[in-house]
Design a protein around this ligand. Structure first.
Ligand code: DPN
Ligand code: ZN
Length: 309
C-alpha cells in the first residue's frame, strides 16, 4: 500500500509538472477497511434484531435501507427511496446522487442490499453495499469534484430476480437512460475463499471493454491476477445491459469451486467453493475475506476516480 501510494504520488507530481497549467487531478483515496468492516457489523446487527435476515418484504430490509440512507444524507447526498411491489410485499431501491457534475454524463455504481431469507447476507451482498457506501462517503470526505455526475444505488429484491434494478431501469425515460454512460455492479466482493473475477465485456449485451479494462488495470497495479467471468443474468447489471447501458463489475465467487490453478494464483483452498455459505444462514460477518474486501473497496474508488474525474 505504502509503496503504491508513493508511486502514485510521484506519477501525479510528474504528470502535473508535464502539464503545468492543468488543474491537479486528485488521486483516488484508500478506502478504510475498518470502515467497511464496521458497516458489515452494522448490517449483521440489523439482521440479528430482525429475525436473522435482511430479505425483501422483511423488516431487516427496510432497516438496512434506512441505515444506509442516513449515512448518505448526513454526507450531503440527495437520496430517494423508490418503492415497488413484488410477491405481495413492498420493496425499496435507494438512489443517491452527489450534487454537481455533468448531468448528461452519469457514472453509476450499484449493488443489491437485500439478503436471501435464509440468512443475514453479509458477503452476498453486504460487501458490495458497504463498499460502495464507503466510496460514496469518500467523495465527500476528500472533496472530490468530479466532472461527471455520480449516482449510487442499493437495489431491493435482487434475490427474487433482479426485481428492484429492473424496476428502476424501466422507470427511466429513453433520455434518462442515455445519460447513464457507465453502470458498475458490485455483488459479492469478499468471498471467504476468494477469486478475483472481472465481468467480461464480451459476455454482456452491452458489456463495456473500457470498464472491463479499467477494473483489470487496477488489479494489475496491485499485482493481483484476474479472470474474466460472464455473470449474465445473475446480478443487477443485467437490467442496465438489456437497456443498452455499458456495464461492468467485479465478483469474488459464489457456489463455484476454486480450481487448483486458481488456488495457485489467488491462495485459498482448491476443491472448495469460493463461498461455502452462499445463500445460507452462515453468510455472517465471519464469512468474509478481509484482503479481498480491502482490495475491492480500493479498486472501486480507483476506477470511479478515473472514470469521473
Ligand atoms: N446474484 C448473486 C446472488 O445474489 O445470489 C450471485 C452472483 C453474483 C452470481 C455475481 C454471479 C455473479
Ligand atoms: Zn448477490
Amino acid at each position: 500500500m505504502k509503496l503504491r501510494t508513493i508511486t502514485v504520488t510521484l506519477a501525479v507530481l510528474l504528470s502535473s509538472a508535464a502539464t503545468a497549467n492543468a488543474a491537479p487531478q486528485a488521486a483516488a483515496p484508500n478506502i478504510s477497511l475498518a470502515a467497511v468492516q464496521a458497516d458489515l457489523a452494522q448490517l449483521q446487527s440489523i439482521a440479528n434484531s430482525n429475525g436473522g435476515n435482511r430479505a425483501h418484504g422483511k423488516p431487516g430490509y427496510l432497516a438496512s435501507v434506512n441505515w444506509v440512507k442516513s449515512k448518505l444524507d448526513a454526507a450531503g447526498f440527495t437520496t430517494r427511496v423508490q418503492s415497488f411491489t413484488n410477491s405481495g410485499a413492498t420493496g425499496y431501491n435507494l438512489i443517491a446522487d452527489w450534487p454537481g457534475g455533468d448531468a448528461n454524463n452519469i457514472v453509476m455504481l450499484g449493488g443489491h442490499l437485500d439478503s436471501v431469507a435464509a440468512g443475514p447476507g453479509i458477503n452476498d451482498n453486504g460487501t458490495g453495499s458497504a463498499s460502495i457506501l464507503e466510496v460514496a462517503l469518500a467523495v465527500k470526505a476528500t472533496g472530490f469534484t468530479p466532472t461527471k455526475h455520480l449516482r449510487f444505488a442499493w437495489w431491493g429484491a435482487e434475490e427474487l430476480g433482479l426485481v428492484g434494478s429492473t424496476y428502476y431501469v424501466n422507470s427511466l425515460s429513453t433520455s434518462d437512460k442515455s445519460k447513464i454512460k457507465s453502470y458498475l455492479n458490485f455483488d459479492m466482493t469478499a468471498s471467504p475463499n476468494p477469486g478475483y473475477f472481472v465481468y467480461s465485456a464480451s459476455g454482456q449485451p452491452t458489456g463495456s471493454a473500457a470498464l472491463q479494462q479499467a477494473l483489470q488495470a487496477y488489479f494489475t497495479s496491485i499485482g493481483v491476477q484476474t479472470e474474466l467471468t460472464v455473470v449474465g443474468g445473475r446480478s443487477d447489471h443485467a437490467a442496465f445491459a438489456r437497456a443498452g447501458i455499458p456495464v461492468g463489475g467485479t465478483f469474488s465467487g459464489a457456489e463455484g469451486t476454486k480450481t487448483a490453478a486458481q488456488a495457485q494464483k489467488w491462495g485459498g483452498t482448491s476443491g472448495r467453493a469460493f463461498d461455502p455459505c452462499y445463500h445460507r444462514a452462515c453468510d455472517t460477518s465471519s464469512n468474509i475475506d478481509n484482503t479481498s474486501l480491502d482490495r475491492q473497496a480500493d479498486g472501486i474508488a480507483s476506477v470511479l476516480w478515473k472514470l469521473a474525474a
